[in-house]
Design a protein around this ligand. Structure first.
Ligand SMILES: Cc1cc2nc3c(=O)[nH]c(=O)nc-3n(C[C@H](O)[C@H](O)[C@H](O)COP(=O)(O)OP(=O)(O)OC[C@H]3O[C@@H](n4cnc5c(N)ncnc54)[C@H](O)[C@@H]3O)c2cc1C
Length: 385
């Protein structure tokens, strides 16, 4: 047992967009002195810094639609609430469908999303091209478009949360890894660091791709795997205007949006093995460029300007795990966002803080409980990119 050096009402492990948003919302609910441990020298150094910044509510699972709608409401007032510059640009998401079954499924989903109050439009291929003229829609059967979707700046968002959380009394400790958990029976009572134990009533696992290792300290088997994902960027292109929507071609899986006057291109590699490698695999470039040029022929002339790779924190059903694990008291999981963490951070920040402070979140998160995997009750999110 290590010497106790401090106490805190709550310790959050990880200062990415998720941990920072939770710290801010705890402060808003009156919790002073929450400690946020971050192993890196600054906030958002993990997956958050690698995100493409997409924010959308067009999901197949109602819980993801709900989380996104709550997040979008937060993002729409973020600059005013946090005192930052603009961070959210509602340019919309355009999904292109070229497979009959997929198109039928997107039309059904659009009905479900509209029923939840989302403004989702189903478009013909010609209407999609009116929205984004450089598209080749020769093989497109239809499209969906939601103008409330858009793009955020993950760095600005995280820094905004950190600054406001600090003003509300949170204590961010950078370069300070959590090294283990203290347990009394099945109750978590503190977090071990190199300088001793911080005793606390609640611990939040917000460790992103490292979440499974943190959960293991409490004997919890959390199926979150790190999977490398890439983004490639191009030099400036004439058609990349400020209102250009995010385009997702569900046929090939390639997605693209405006980035610094050029385009950001992404495509998941289905053969990527789990692991913590974040070096760029340039062999993937051709596999991304080919479907991107097929969809937007004008990209043929664009030069690649850069690339980076980061880690998705992936669960078997591509849905997050949020809430206390069974049989362990004092621990909250906010993990496994499977490519949706930045877009869900505001909602998760609010809901986890409510859960800790009020005893329950204001939105039912039952479908995101950890037990679903053991109960074999985990309908997967279909719209993963
Ligand atoms: C290429 C790419 C594109 C993406 N695009 C999008 C997108 O368009 N939209 C979207 O919503 N999401 C996107 N994502 C996913 C998104 O980046 C993540 O879901 C999100 O950043 C997760 O946030 P987090 O705070 O949980 O994790 P992280 O940002 O990884 O934060 C976790 C933090 O915990 C720290 N940590 C870990 N272990 C410890 C420890 N023991 N002690 C102290 N600190 C610890 C880490 O250093 C890290 O800073 C993308 C991801 C990638 C890789």
């Amino acid at each position: 047992m290590s010497a106790q050096v401090a106490t805190a009402p709550v310790v959050i492990i990880g200062a990415g967009c998720i941990g920072s948003a939770i710290a801010y919302h705890l402060g808003r609910l009156g919790i002073r002195g929450a400690v946020v441990l971050e192993k890196e020298p600054f906030a958002g150094a993990g997956s958050t810094s690698k995100a493409a910044g997409g924010v959308r509510a067009q999901f197949s699972s109602p819980i993801n639609v709900r989380l996104s709608m709550l997040s979008i409401a937060h993002y729409a007032r973020f600059a005013e609430e946090m005192g930052t510059g603009p961070v959210f640009f509602q340019v919309g998401y355009l999904f292109l469908l070229s497979d009959p079954a997929c198109w039928a499924s997107f039309q059904r989903q659009a009905e479900m999303q509209r029923g939840m109050g989302l403004d989702v439009r189903t478009l013909t291929a010609a209407q999609a091209r009116e929205l984004v003229p450089p598209l080749d829609v020769g093989d497109v059967l239809g499209a969906t478009f939601c103008p409330q979707d858009g793009l955020v700046s993950p760095h600005e968002v995280t820094q905004g949360y950190v600054a406001r959380a600090r003003a509300l009394g949170a204590d961010f400790r950078f370069g300070c890894p959590a090294e283990g958990l203290e347990l009394s029976g099945r109750r978590v009572t503190g977090v071990r660091t190199a300088s001793g134990v911080i005793a606390c009533a609640a611990v939040v696992n917000a460790a992103g791709p490292h979440a499974a290792g943190v959960a293991r300290w409490a004997g919890v088997d959390l199926p979150v795997q790190p999977i490398r994902r890439h983004c490639f960027t191009t030099q400036r292109v004439a058609f990349a205007h400020e209102r250009l929507p995010m385009v997702v071609d569900m046929g090939s899986g390639v997605y693209m949006h405006r980035e610094s006057g050029g385009m950001l291109l992404g495509l998941a590699n289905p053969e990527e093995p789990p692991g913590f490698d974040t070096s760029v695999n340039w062999d993937l470039l051709e596999r991304v460029v080919e479907p991107a040029v097929h969809r937007v022929p004008a990209l043929e002339a664009a030069e690649i300007s850069g690339a980076w790779a980061g880690l998705y924190e992936t669960t078997p059903d591509h849905n997050a795990v949020i809430g206390p694990p069974p049989e362990v008291e004092g621990l909250w999981l906010a993990n496994g966002f499977s490519g949706h963490g930045v877009m869900h951070a505001p909602a998760v920040g609010q809901l986890v803080a409510e859960w800790i402070v009020d005893g329950r979140p204001s939105i039912d998160l039952h479908s995101l409980r950890l037990e679903r995997f053991a109960e074999h009750e985990a309908p997967a999110e279909a719209n993963v990119i």
